[in-house]
Design a protein. Structure first.
Length: 163
């Protein structure tokens, strides 16, 4: 799976409370969550993000509460992938469950800047910064995680298996 997109750059310890503020947790509708995605850390995000864009972040992205709303809001906003130094484990698992690919490239994220354009090969785990020509290697996602992402989430994969 090849993904390409403009990046949205964030720092360390972006928690689920700024990804989707608690005041919007009275809905689980993805489109409604997307309208408020990142608004407490980046008010322009929801209005400017485009389908296929990519989030690049520092350490411990998705820390905080285990709310499933956070990766749902990100995916519904159009983000195709998140590349970070590292992820909070519960966020990582919740993202996998909904088919949002995540790649960890460690401190190499510091060589990616706002406005850069990335080309990502999910199967190989390669992240190419088109502007600079640099390529970074993440551990490739296991085959079963790639299957979940290709299906658009765990529920969709299970539906495919049943039919």
């Amino acid at each position: 799976m090849i993904l390409e997109g403009k990046i949205w750059r964030y720092g360390d310890n972006v928690d689920t409370d700024v990804i989707i503020p608690a005041r919007y947790l009275n809905t689980s509708k993805p489109d409604e969550l997307a309208i408020h995605c990142m608004e407490d850390i980046d008010p322009a995000f929801a209005g400017l993000v485009k389908t296929g864009d990519i989030i690049v972040a520092g350490r411990n992205f998705g820390c905080g509460s285990s709310r499933e709303h956070a990766p749902v809001a990100i995916k519904a906003s159009g983000i195709s992938c998140i590349v970070a130094d590292s992820f909070a484990r519960i966020f990582y698992r919740n993202a996998i469950n909904i088919g949002l690919p995540l790649l960890e490239i460690g401190e190499a994220v510091n060589r990616i800047s706002s406005g850069d354009f990335l080309r990502i090969d999910i199967n190989a785990g390669t992240v190419n910064n088109v502007r600079t020509g640099e390529t970074f290697q993440a551990p490739p996602l296991p085959a079963f995680v790639q299957e979940i992402a290709q299906a658009g989430g765990l529920i969709n994969l299970l539906k495919e298996v049943k039919s």
